[in-house]
Design a protein around this ligand. Structure first.
Ligand code: MSP
Length: 646
């Protein structure tokens, strides 16, 4: 029998920035989908990697004073090294600088060029260097790039263009007649609405006079190809296009996972490129939403870019994977905060799952010294004790949800079963049954159902929490060798737990996180788990409202009864101010006299410990306290008291 194949991909990530929560999410989602398909008897191939050519990378490398290749090597390694940390089971990691990939890009470009769908033409247009692409006026927001907020530059140059317009009607037809081609529905509609406007031909080259870090066009040595034309091809070059067996088996089953930011290249350029190259189309595109952090888009300037490595180190990889899959409705945006993460860990993992596991196994030890007892079919039927129908129903709904990437729903179903089992314990009170010998057969039946239920739960959580599934199965004496998992058929075969065998005493699956301590900052690990979010951005006008001045400390004395405050007299040129500063732990009065400081000069007067303070001096925190900010000055560039600080 030939196996069913399934090929899943993540986007290949740009190496101009380090991996963050968003990248981790897509990779984990694909890992979950892949592991689920394996449970569903598919032979899978899971591809991820890095996108390494183009202007963005050149600029990032320049900033670090290194070459694009050396820079790409370094960041690509970070992406690659993160995979085992997140327990990601990819089969291949592609880099667009791989020679095999480069050869395939050139081959496909030649094919499309030979068929006449690439032409040379002079073009004047508006170009965003951040996006590395030309824009149409109508795509701009107030004349600026919608992504970068910068005004694009007018560029005139001769380039190669890909006749996308020729395929517009064909693509509309393909999307409409293949309802699964782009999922979920809202993104399919977004692409269709985009296709209502005439499609522009795509500029697929960049002259080497402007950019050399790319793949040289096979038909013109003076040009490199546009990054997207290079990057999209990874999905077939990684399979050994055109002749590899892998390509033959897996390509027709390809489903790409991307976030909403890159649906246009995937939903429009890529199918048209494949069609023009005479290749079979991919099977589908699964589009998810964006993670915001504490309500804002992740951005360096806000300082809320969340590092998946740190979250994993703090809370554990399975808790992180569970949270991401449970919290985001695939297709919609979601919000990440440490509080939401901790509350999910405490309620869903420590309370619901963790408690169930330890209750059932502890009771098995308490009542039967760890032995699995056989259920009594008569009592089971008479008292309606079987958990099998509920478990079968869970498996069914879970499977169809997981097949549609509705991970939150799949997990929600498993948690319904968990909560049903917790209630089952409360209803049947094994502790009461254990008091009387007459209750033994019923107790054995109840406990068997609970152990079987736990087995089903352990199998179903495997795609999302492989480590926890394994730990549960080890404790229950049913782990498979070599990290193997249970298929859906095996999962649903009720009655696999063998009476007469033993379970171990349970370990704590998920320790509860003490929220009060967390808020008091006490049980955080030494490395800060997340970068603190910076304050909301302000405009330059807001900033200009603050009158910052250079000042020289003339006098200083401690304030009685305070070990933190110093009273300073500061020369601001035109006047001398009294300022109370909280720096007494770091600076003695003697060491601060004569120092130049930066003063917030238009702060409203305040009283601290009974002393008037007419301003504030600026200082930065470090591990052990505060350090005053001042000026990088020499004798020649000495700053006069009262000078404005801008
Ligand atoms: N290199 C291109 C993709 C080429 S694929 C042929 C690229 N790279 S990227 O580094 O910018 O990655 C974009 C992808 O990262 C998104 O589509 C998504 O998978 C993931 N995410 C980046 N930020 C994200 C969020 N804030 N939230 C969720 N996923 C996000 O585009």
């Amino acid at each position: 029998m030939t196996p069913d194949y399934q090929f899943y991909t993540t986007p290949i990530y740009y190496v101009n920035a380090q991996p963050h929560l968003g990248h981790a999410y897509t990779s984990i989602a694909v890992d979950v989908a892949t592991r689920f398909k394996q449970m569903d008897n598919h032979e899978t191939f899971f591809l991820t990697g890095t996108d390494e050519h183009g202007d963005k990378i050149v600029q990032a490398a320049e900033k670090q004073e290194t070459t694009p290749k050396a820079y790409a090597d370094k960041i690509s390694r970070l992406f690659r090294d993160l995979l085992p940390v997140l327990n990601i089971s990819n089969n291949h990691f592609i880099r667009t600088t791989d020679p095999d990939h480069i050869a395939v890009v050139r081959q496909i470009l030649s094919k499309i060029h030979d068929s006449g769908d690439i032409y040379f033409s002079s073009y004047e247009g508006i170009y965003c260097f951040g996006c590395e692409r030309f824009y149409q006026e109508r795509e701009l927001k107030d004349g600026k790039c919608p992504d970068h907020g910068t005004v694009p530059e007018v560029i005139k140059e001769s380039n190669y263009f890909f006749k996308m317009s020729k395929y517009q009607d064909w693509l509309i037809d393909h999307i409409k007649s293949n309802p699964d081609f782009i999922r979920p529905e809202q993104y399919k509609n977004e692409i269709l609405s985009f296709l209502r406007e005439p499609l522009e031909d795509l500029c697929i080259s960049r002259p080497k006079t402007r950019l050399t870090w790319g793949i040289t066009l096979p038909f013109d040595e003076d040009y490199v190809t546009y990054v997207w034309f290079d990057a999209l091809v990874n999905y077939v070059s990684a399979l050994g296009y055109p002749d590899g067996d892998r390509f033959k088996h897996f390509w027709p089953t390809a489903r790409h996972f991307v976030a909403k930011d890159i649906i246009k290249p995937h939903g429009i350029y890529w199918p048209i490129m494949l069609k023009a190259a005479g290749m079979e189309l991919y099977n589908g595109l699964n589009v998810h939403g964006f993670w915001n952090v504490a309500g804002s888009k992740m951005s360096k300037s806000i300082g809320n870019v969340t590092d998946p490595l740190q979250v994993t180190q703090t809370y554990g990889v399975d808790a992180f994977r569970y949270f991401l899959m449970r919290e985001m409705v695939f297709g919609l945006d979601a919000n990440f905060t440490e509080d939401i993460l901790v509350s999910r860990i405490n309620s869903d993992l420590a309370n619901d799952l963790g408690n169930l596991f330890s209750r059932v196994l502890s009771m098995t030890h308490r009542y039967f010294k760890g032995e699995i007892k056989a259920p009594d079919p008569d009592i089971e039927a008479e008292k309606n004790l079987s958990l099998e129908p509920a478990a079968q129903q869970t498996i069914e709904v879970f499977s169809s949800a997981m097949n549609l990437c509705q991970f939150h729903k799949g997990l929600g179903e498993v948690w319904k079963l968990i909560s049903l089992m917790n209630k089952y314990i409360d209803t049947h009170e094994p502790w009461t049954l254990a008091k009387d010998e007459a209750g033994t057969a019923m107790l054995e039946t109840v406990m068997y159902n609970l152990i079987e239920g736990l087995r089903v739960v352990s199998c179903l959580i495997y795609p999302v929490m492989p480590g926890t599934a394994q730990k549960m199965q080890q404790t229950m004496g049913i782990e498979k060798p070599d990290n193997q998992f249970y298929t859906l058929d095996e999962t649903g075969a009720w009655g696999r737990m063998t009476p007469g065998k033993y379970v171990e005493k349970p370990d704590l699956l998920f320790p509860r996180i003490d929220v009060s301590k967390l808020n008091a900052n006490e049980n955080k690990p030494p490395a800060k788990p997340f970068k603190p979010a910076l304050k909301e951005p302000i405009t330059i006008d807001d900033f200009m409202k603050i009158d910052l001045r250079a000042g020289t400390v003339l006098e200083a004395e401690r304030i009685k009864k305070s070990n933190k405050l110093l009273k300073l007299k500061v020369d601001l040129g035109a006047e001398t101010r009294q300022i109370v500063a909280g720096i007494a732990k770091e600076y003695s009065p003697e060491t601060i006299i004569g120092k130049q400081v930066i003063v917030v000069a238009n702060l409203k007067e305040a009283k601290l410990m009974g002393e008037v303070s007419q301003g504030m001096v600026l200082a930065a925190g470090h591990k052990k306290g505060l350090v005053l900010s001042g000026f990088d000055q020499t004798a020649q560039t000495a700053v006069k008291p009262g000078s404005a600080v801008k």
